[in-house]
Design a protein around this ligand. Structure first.
Ligand SMILES: [Fe+2]
Ligand SMILES: [Fe+2]
Length: 297
């Protein structure tokens, strides 16, 4: 059993990381690869999120938590992410990169366990879980998971802060979910650095094809989210999209769109601030959010 000091140290370690090398920028693709793999591996928190004895909730809090329409989507998203990342990891030859990807997949599996236990503890009825077949194209599956986490985590950062602030979630639940949200932050940081590294090390003539594939992934994710927002699921089951699309109305009711986006931006900044400044940051979604702010006067 870990004592309290170890748990606190691990919590600090998962939020702060710097590569020891003095170079102002990662010199060359090999350095860059080592840097973002070590980031993920060294900031892994062995203790949290843990499956805890779920706190007794007041009847009102229980009602609020169980009636959120996010639990099916959340559990299935973690199940699908685990399968997709694990399938992609198995195709990777580079031992360090493979280890980092396997760690990423294990963390997704742990998220699913935590969520399943919560759902069970509070008697939240779930739709029957679908199978999670391995994707036919492992790289496509990895890209879809990576970019959908870039979208969902950005909004989850803000919604989580809003729910914490308003007391929508009881403190014990906030405490348990906090490391899950930070882990998703580490995942997207790792992912955008992987994507930049991967493209850079491809032969020049394959780079446009990769960019095209990334563009197709974004179109797919936008289409999928429009479907979810309308309540239409592509194949009748809850698709990718974390808490964000469905959870926003319930959790952040008192927040105006503008205030919510500003909170997402601030939280994104805060959650990324502890990691080596030489690593690339997820930029696409924050940029779109800043653009949206210019229209939300
Ligand atoms: Fe996850
Ligand atoms: Fe993740």
């Amino acid at each position: 059993m870990a004592d309290q000091t170890q748990v606190l140290q691990a919590d600090h370690a998962m939020r702060h990381w710097a590569d020891p090398s003095p170079d102002p920028v990662p010199a060359g693709p090999d350095r860059h690869l080592r840097m973002f793999c070590e980031l993920l591996l060294q900031t892994h928190n062995p203790y949290k999120p843990a499956v805890i004895d779920w706190p007794q909730l007041s009847p009102e809090a229980l009602q609020r938590v169980t009636s959120l329409p996010i639990w099916d989507i959340a559990v299935q998203t973690e199940g699908r992410a685990t399968m997709r990342v694990r399938t992609f990891a198995a195709t990777v030859q580079h031992p360090l990169l493979r280890r980092a990807l396997e760690m990423d997949a294990d963390e997704e599996a742990r998220h699913k366990v935590v969520l399943s236990k919560l759902v069970e503890a509070y008697g939240i009825p779930l739709a029957p879980e679908p199978d999670y077949p391995p994707p036919a194209d492992p790289e496509w599956g990895w890209l879809v998971t990576g970019y959908s986490e870039c979208i969902d985590s950005f909004f989850a950062f803000g919604l989580f802060a809003a729910a914490k602030r308003s007391g929508f979630f009881p403190a014990d639940l906030v405490e348990t979910f906090e490391p899950v949200i930070q882990e998703e932050g580490r995942h997207i940081l790792f992912f955008v650095n992987w994507a930049a590294w991967y493209k850079r090390q491809l032969p020049w003539w394959r780079r446009p094809l990769f960019s095209l594939k990334v563009a197709r992934v974004w179109l797919f994710l936008i289409w999928e989210r429009i479907g979810i927002a309308r309540g239409i699921d592509a194949d009748g089951t809850a698709q990718d999209a974390n808490f964000t699309m469905t959870g926003s109305a319930a959790v952040a009711e008192p927040l105006e769109a503008r205030a919510l986006i500003e909170l997402c931006l601030a939280e994104n900044q805060r959650r990324m601030a502890g990691y080596d400044a030489r690593l690339l940051r997820p930029e696409t979604v924050p940029r779109l959010a800043r653009l949206a702010l210019r229209f939300l006067r």
